[in-house]
Design a binder for this molecule. Structure first.
Ligand code: B12
Length: 210
């Protein structure tokens, strides 16, 4: 088994204690951080499938998530360029009712490394909290929303609608993403942009803020 496969398998099995070390070993052996990350994301996909098929349950999903976070910590300095740029401020959060944060955290990390200051509101963020953060930071250029559940897509819609009703809506751009989100849904709810992954999200943020 290659080191990358070992990392993926450790994430899948939720072996938090060894994922960090294996990730470092993979990097030491010359694996690229992006390849290791993609293997971890694939592993989470496998975990999701097993959950869907009732082969594993919520606790196993949770330990897999914890394990992945350990790996991402090791990858972070290799993924983030560390540019201390002044591209502008971005508010990010996972919408109300939704506790998934790995994808949101990756998007935040990549956007930060693209030179933005990121205000991360965390998970289960109600619309009012996004609005308050915008009020407190009138210079924010982009609001980014994440949703991982089909059942929280309506919450994303509600938040985007509230943002669209703002007087100064023209001054901000709204980005949406997460596994169940599509370009069609983004268009339907009136978001400015959708991308499928963290790297393209950072690229898009740069375009939107330019
Ligand atoms: C880990 C996990 C959990 C963990 C989350 C821990 C954590 N800290 O995040 C826990 C155990 C808490 C959990 C709970 C639940 N989960 Co869950 N979970 C997952 C799992 C296995 C992995 C998610 C993940 O981290 N993926 C890896 C990251 C990197 O990918 P990502 O989040 O998609 O993000 C990428 C892109 O989507 C994009 N992106 C993400 N956000 C944004 C934002 C913007 C602006 C942009 C541009 C892009 C972008 O970029 C990211 C990086 O490339 C998925 C399976 C899957 N395939 O996704 C199920 C999954 C999402 N969960 C599911 C379910 C059903 C649940 C529960 C309802 C289970 C239950 N019965 O309790 C609860 C709901 C809890 C809640 N209220 O939120 C279902 C959802 C089904 C559906 N279609 O709605 C899935 C798909 C599993 C399945 N196949 O059934 N879960």
């Amino acid at each position: 088994m290659s080191k990358i496969q070992e990392v993926a398998s450790a994430v899948e099995m939720g072996k938090s204690k060894i994922v960090g070390g294996l990730t470092q070993e993979a990097l030491n052996e010359g694996a690229s951080a992006v390849d290791v990350l993609n293997a971890m994301i694939d592993a989470m996909g496998v975990v999701g499938e097993k959950f869907k098929n009732n082969e594993i349950f919520v606790p196993e999903m949770l330990v897999a998530a914890r394990a992945m976070k350990k790996g991402v910590e090791v990858l972070k300095p290799h993924l983030a360029s560390g540019e201390a740029g002044k591209a502008g401020k971005v508010i990010i959060g996972t919408v109300a009712g939704d506790l998934h944060d790995i994808g949101k955290n990756l998007v935040a990390m990549m956007i930060e490394s693209a030179g933005f200051e990121v205000i991360d509101l965390g998970v289960d963020v109600p619309t009012e909290k996004f609005l308050e953060a915008l009020k407190a930071n009138p210079d924010v250029k982009i609001v980014a929303l994440s949703a991982l559940l089909t059942t929280t897509m309506p919450a994303m819609k509600a938040t985007v609608e509230a943002l669209n009703a703002l007087e100064n809506r023209g001054a901000i751009k709204v980005m949406v993403g997460g596994a169940p989100i599509t370009q069609a849904f983004a268009d339907e709810i009136g978001a400015d942009a959708y991308t499928a992954d963290a790297a393209s999200a950072a690229q898009k943020a740069k375009e939107l803020a330019a």
